[in-house]
Write a protein that binds this ligand. Structure first.
Ligand code: SF4
Length: 155
């Protein structure tokens, strides 16, 4: 296995909203942590919307939405949510699996269930989110989210 080594500049302070959400969702037993690539492209947009649907609507009680950037760059509440979760689902936009690989960089023992969202809908999507309608994003995100919930959360 080959690795890239990066240095992340530390900063003082935390995001209050992120920490408040993390604290509120640090339940016992821990909630299932929902990661997504949060990507800029249309496939990332589907995974991001699907992750939001799972954590904020379809399985609100069972799951918590992780801020990937926060959990990756700071060792505070969001990373803790992933560290203490007994189960972690990474809804990835594509095979690059950014969310999984980023989090494994800071939590080497993490073994999430990886869902490649782009394998769950038929149409290959372009990069630009301006080339895909809002209705299509909503439909694909719901399709992905419903499958994730049925397979990994409410079995
Ligand atoms: S990782 Fe893949 S899905 Fe995510 S933004 Fe980049 S290209 Fe898109």
């Amino acid at each position: 296995m080959e690795y890239e080594t990066i240095r992340i500049r530390k900063i003082e302070g935390t995001c209050g909203l992120c920490e408040e959400y993390s604290e509120k969702n640090s339940t016992v037993p821990p909630k299932i942590a929902i990661l997504s690539c949060e990507g800029a492209c249309a496939r990332g947009e589907v995974s991001r919307r699907a992750a939001n649907l799972v954590a904020h609507s379809l399985a609100k009680e069972e799951t918590v939405r992780i801020c990937l950037g926060g959990a990756f760059t700071k060792n505070t509440g969001q990373r803790s949510l992933v560290r203490r979760a007994e189960k972690c689902l990474a809804i990835e936009g594509c095979f690059v699996s950014c969310a999984t690989r980023m989090m494994q960089g800071v939590l080497p023992d993490l073994i999430p269930e990886v869902i490649l969202a782009d394998t769950l809908y038929d149409e290959p999507l372009p990069f630009g989110i301006d080339e895909v309608s809002d209705e299509t994003f909503s439909a694909y995100a719901r399709q992905v989210a419903e499958e994730v919930v049925a397979k990994y959360i409410k079995k």
